[in-house]
Ligand binder design. Structure first.
Ligand code: ZN
Length: 287
């Protein structure tokens, strides 16, 4: 089933929640590139996907958020871009098969971690090229679509979108809006929708940074854009307790808080601080 068919058959499509925190529980060390687990410990990654699929996820995101060659270069792993991303998609594909469910594999692409010129030294064309390699590797491993996520700079979001479209797959894009309704780069939801729609995104949305409650004004603006909207907030606004970042909303509170976002989004899920329990509770709400 294509993603459009799946979307038409469901009022909402349920995504997954955080991957990184789950992988730390599985033994990922601080300072280690999470993408290396796709080759070194594929079972650990697959178990996270399986937990989300069991909770009700209808699309799961590959463990490739930091898998652009630009980001991998920080770990001196850029020469393994193809291998690590293709493996990420293959693991998610295998989890979906094993779960025996109708679910999509969304190839995750996060920011490059570099500043695009004129603010930094990275040329947009070079960024696009790098994202294209990552997207093509994700496609080769069996991704159904590409999800460009957590973008703040619209120029980088456009470069990632253009690069991802070269894979031939549909591309969804989420940007990270702060509580004031703008990204760290000052981009508004309206600007994001208009630009990314023009450049060929199939769905546009918001993820990370804030909780469901703070995301409401942005959700309304995004919904005016006539494209399917994705909303993947954190489990509330992060709080620093001692040296630990804590996300305050438990599964129940998260789901209750998500209820007000449902009229504005077709694709929903969670970001930092959300777990399979949060997604399961969201699934109850949708049912
Ligand atoms: Zn997040």
């Amino acid at each position: 089933m294509s993603w459009q068919d799946l979307l038409e058959a469901n009022e909402h499509l349920l995504g997954d929640g955080a991957m990184g925190t789950m992988l730390h529980q599985e033994g990922l060390q601080i300072g280690q590139a999470p993408e290396t687990l796709n080759v070194d410990r594929p079972e650990a990654v697959k178990n996270v996907h399986l937990a989300y699929l069991e909770a009700g996820s209808q699309f799961v995101e590959t463990n490739s958020f930091g898998g652009s060659p630009l980001k991998l270069a920080r770990y001196d792993l850029n020469h393994r871009t193809w291998e690590l991303n293709a493996a990420a998609a293959a693991i998610a594909r295998e989890a979906v098969r094993q779960a025996g469910k109708q679910a999509l594999v969304a190839g995750s692409i996060g920011p490059s971690g570099e500043l695009i010129s004129p603010f930094g030294t990275l040329e947009p064309e070079k960024a696009e090229e790098a994202f294209a390699v990552q997207a093509q590797a994700l496609a080769s491993g069996g991704a159904d679509l590409i999800l460009v996520e957590t973008m703040s700079d619209l120029v980088e979001a456009k470069a990632a979108l253009a690069g991802a479209l070269r894979s031939g797959l549909p591309v969804w894009v989420t940007m990270t809006f702060e509580a004031n309704g703008r990204t760290n780069w000052g981009v508004s939801a309206q600007e994001a929708v208009e630009t990314l729609k023009t450049f060929g995104a199939s769905a546009i949305g918001a993820n990370c940074s804030v909780g469901p409650q703070e995301m409401l004004p942005v959700a309304k603006q995004l919904a005016a854009g006539a494209l399917p909207v994705i909303l993947q907030p954190n489990a509330g606004l992060p709080q620093l307790i001692g040296e630990e970042t804590v996300f305050p909303l438990g599964p129940e509170e998260f789901a209750l808080s998500m209820e007000r976002l449902l009229p504005y989004a077709k694709l929903i899920g969670g970001c930092c601080g959300t777990t399979p329990a949060h997604i399961a509770r969201l699934q109850d709400l949708l049912a």
